[in-house]
Ligand binder design. Structure first.
Ligand SMILES: [Zn+2]
Length: 227
């Protein structure tokens, strides 16, 4: 079931009260339109009835797609710095719903992609990768390898290096702004890089450890690691 709560929010432009259907959970099998709206970036975006400014609310919900075997705990981008604590909470939610001995255990049998993501851009990337048959761990490894090659690691909470599309031969990746979702720089990376990573696991083992290890599978795991 997809669940929404009706809530009043202040318009970020004029401060007027806006009635918002705030999402709590998405069931993408029953509501495929919500998945489409996430991908086209219209989900949870609406205009203020007073001033007309369109705005989008930071995500905080559970995304479940039993058909595609995806469980995504979606958190506000602003919580990235607390990713370790958020990852633990996400794991607890997943275990409660789909862990051994639960009603959901049978649904998760055969493998469920269980991830936590931060912000709309993080969520979109997981959906885009799955759509193109790309393993998200290998994708993050490829992104980190690409950034090292480019020598262009932009730190900061408002910059994200994300997959934005793919063809049979190439990955389209780019630097996006968390706040506006605008893309600043876009690069094409040969999809062969994913095959290379897949073919030589030992060579890439340390990079794999940098981007994975829990539900937060992301190159920023390394960059925002606590000392
Ligand atoms: Zn307004």
């Amino acid at each position: 079931m997809s669940v929404f709560n009706t809530t009043e929010m202040a318009c970020p432009a004029c401060g007027a009260a806006v009635t918002f259907q705030l999402v709590h959970s998405v069931n993408a099998v029953r509501r495929p339109d919500l998945r489409v709206a996430i991908l086209d970036r219209s989900f949870q975006r609406q205009p203020c009835p007073s001033c007309g400014t369109s705005f989008r609310v930071e995500p905080e919900f559970t995304y479940l797609d039993i058909k595609r075997k995806q469980f995504l705990a979606v958190w506000p981008a602003s919580k990235l710095a607390q990713w370790q604590e958020v990852e633990a909470r996400s794991q607890a939610s997943y275990d409660k719903a789909f862990g051994p001995g639960t009603d959901g255990a049978a649904l998760a049998a055969g493998g469920m992609l269980a991830r936590c993501v931060f912000g709309w851009l993080g969520l979109n990337e997981k959906l885009i990768a799955a759509e193109h048959g790309i393993d998200d761990v290998e994708l993050e490894m490829a992104k980190l390898a690409t950034l090292r090659e480019l020598g262009d690691i932009k730190l900061g909470a408002d910059r994200e290096f994300r997959l934005v599309g793919a063809t049979d031969d190439e990955l389209a990746v780019g630097w996006l702004r968390t706040s506006t979702e605008d893309i600043d720089d876009e690069y094409s990376v040969p999809r062969q890089l994913l095959n290379d990573i897949h073919a030589e696991p030992e060579k890439w083992a340390s990079l794999r450890a940098d981007v994975s290890g829990g539900m937060f599978v992301d190159y920023r795991r390394l960059l925002f690691a606590k000392e």
